[in-house]
Design a binder for this molecule. Structure first.
Ligand code: MN
Length: 387
């Protein structure tokens, strides 16, 4: 894909000799030969004669384009188990999945959009995709809570990043739109690692061109329905007004959950309600389960196409401080799981997780949350089997 950069590269990765024993090499080689272990083709090269207990070898990314990556006896890609491949080993892809250059042949794909020049306050979301990928090394293949087995059901890979233009937001929107048009043309469902919220506008341009106006489950501290700022119509405070103007949304099937914070207007949600959006302020979510709410959302969405746009600032900054425009008194991670798991059964055509700006959270927990929420979104896609 012309506008996608590879998340990884094809150089051989030296497998450091120190902790790498022959026993481990043998175990991994055996597992690779027989079962579902991971995306890396093991290519042991030589054995040190001076230290017979230590093997020198390489973990080699799959040779893309010339053979199917990470099939290991099945048609599916599978995140490698840390029981067989150490977590820090390998090119940094989402869930350590194989990286491939296009969405061809995939049912779902993780895509990075490292854009942050549309942010109004703290910059840094351009580094969101990389940090989400890094923290995703902790995410395993099954969802034990819901029983979802996405990698037994769908062909999934990381297809790298959109090559955004950091110095020109309209041009970035064009690059994103064109990239997503290619992704969805092949029938693949994109799961996006943001990047700030501007990116949802061109993503929805591409999705609506294929599916028609979509329903929207939008989790956010802000409605992102502003008109202009500093005279500009494109930045991370305006994407959903632009979407309304271009009829990309089915406004009777839009819900905005978790909105809060101070405002410029006495009724900051007036525009949303005028369009027919269902606004659920954070106050209506405090200290309660959101499962009943999601029952109503499912009834609202019906069986027509739905997009999930999850701004990490919908969560409380106590849990997710690594973001550009934090607001106090937000949702909890458990409520975020209730929202996403409550989308099971909907006709989901795409998802994003935006606004992770990792440098404001030295713990990495914001990106870890983002990685897990993206996995949860994968788990509720149509066609995912439950064990
Ligand atoms: Mn937002």
């Amino acid at each position: 894909m012309r506008h996608l950069l590879w998340a990884g590269c094809f150089q051989l990765l030296p497998w450091q000799a120190g902790p790498c024993t022959r026993k481990l090499t043998t175990a991994v080689t055996s597992a690779v030969a027989t079962s579902h272990c991971g995306p890396w083709l093991l290519a042991p090269l030589a054995t040190s004669s001076s230290s017979p207990s230590v093997s020198k070898g390489f973990l080699q990314p799959p040779i893309l384009g010339s053979r199917a990556p990470c099939c290991w006896g099945s048609q599916f890609n599978v995140p490698p188990s840390a029981l067989l491949v150490a977590r820090p080993v390998g090119v940094c892809s989402m869930m350590r999945l194989p990286v491939q250059a296009s969405a061809q042949g995939l049912d779902a794909a993780f895509v990075g959009v490292p854009l942050d020049t549309g942010t109004s306050n703290r910059p840094g979301a351009r580094f969101g995709p990389r940090q989400i990928r890094a923290e995703s090394a902790m995410v395993r293949r099954y969802n034990g809570s819901t029983g979802a087995a996405p990698f037994d059901s769908l062909r999934v890979a990381d297809i790298g990043d959109v090559n955004v233009n950091l110095y020109n937001l309209p041009d970035s929107c064009r690059l994103i739109r064109e990239s997503y048009q290619e992704i969805v043309a092949s029938g693949c469902v994109p799961l996006t690692l943001g990047g700030e919220h501007t990116i949802t506008y061109p993503i929805l341009q591409a999705l609506a061109a294929k599916h028609g106006p979509v329903g929207l489950v939008h989790v956010d501290a802000h409605t992102d329905t502003g008109d202009t700022a500093l005279g500009e119509k494109i930045y991370h405070g305006t994407p959903f007004r632009r979407c309304v103007e271009e009829r990309l949304l089915d406004c009777s099937r839009v819900v905005q959950i978790g909105v809060r914070g101070s405002s410029y207007d006495p009724d900051p949600y007036e525009y949303s309600r005028q369009q027919g959006f269902w606004v659920v302020p954070a106050e209506e979510c405090w200290m309660k389960s959101l499962e009943p709410l999601m029952g109503e959302v499912r009834a609202q969405m019906g069986d027509k196409p739905v997009y999930i746009s999850f701004d990490i600032d919908g969560l409380d900054p106590a849990y997710a401080p690594g973001t550009g425009t934090p607001e106090i008194a937000g949702l909890t991670p458990a409520q975020a799981l209730e929202i996403i798991r409550g989308c099971k059964g909907l006709n989901i055509v795409g998802c994003d997780l935006v606004e992770v700006a990792p440098m404001y959270d030295v713990s990495g927990n914001t990106a870890l949350l983002g990685a897990n929420l993206l996995f949860e979104m994968l788990c509720v896609l149509p066609g995912v089997r439950t064990l």
